[in-house]
Design a protein around this ligand. Structure first.
Ligand code: GAR
Length: 202
């Protein structure tokens, strides 16, 4: 069966990208193949991870585009040139408009570092999510993989995994634990699940 052609959009360290590359190498991600990594930051370490794995990369900088529309058009052109079936947002810290998200219904997935609907939506990204969880005082947090629609962090949930908060946790310690115990596990698993479903439809 044909594999889903996957593009991963990144902004930073790319540990989630790394987890997907590892899953492919270990035969845990077999229904899809990462064909392209697009970053909106020229110095994103995720680009190094992609190159090391032999995956083509592209950089699209917002500041080099005259408008949000032009920024998204450049990404959309890359997706179409590469015949991408599935878009994975893995630490992609840029807003995508409804015009973009509605062009790929249930074809964009995102990993978020909390149990949605807690600590999500506008302003909740990266370390801020863990700061908010700790300052609220929840005893359990986790990660969510969901489809992306026009509502920030509002699309249909695909997978979630809970992670316990421990005494003495800092946002940095908690972020690492949520990545290790939840994100790096459920993101590759969800990508495999959605890829298999997509290819079964063809
Ligand atoms: C991850 O924790 C991811 O869940 C989060 O940014 C980090 C990126 O790390 N994403 C969001 O907060 C999106 N709202 P990575 O670059 O090492 O994968």
């Amino acid at each position: 069966m044909r594999k889903a052609r996957i593009a991963v959009l990144v902004s930073g360290g790319g540990t989630n990208l790394g987890a997907m590359i590892k899953a492919e190498r270990e035969g845990k991600l077999t229904s899809g193949k990462i064909e392209l990594v697009i970053a909106n930051k020229a110095d994103a370490y995720a680009l190094v991870r992609a190159s090391d794995a032999g995956i083509p990369t592209a950089v699209v900088l917002k500041k080099e585009c005259p408008s949000q529309e032009a920024f998204e058009d450049r990404i959309m052109a890359l997706l179409s040139e590469n015949q991408i079936d599935l878009i994975v947002l893995a630490g992609f810290m840029a807003i995508l408009s409804e015009r973009f998200t509605s062009a790929y219904p249930e074809r964009i997935i995102n990993v978020h570092p909390s149990l949605i609907p807690s600590f999500c939506g506008k302003g909740f990204y990266g370390l801020r999510v863990h700061e908010a969880a700790l300052s609220y005082g929840v005893k359990v947090t986790g990660a969510t993989v969901h489809f992306v629609n026009e509502v920030p962090d509002g699309g249909r949930i695909i997978m979630q995994k809970a992670v316990a908060i421990r005494e003495g946790d800092t946002p940095e310690i908690l972020q690492k634990r949520v990545m290790r115990l939840a994100e790096w596990k459920i993101l590759p698993a969800a990508v495999e699940k959605v890829s298999a479903e997509l290819m079964a439809e063809k």
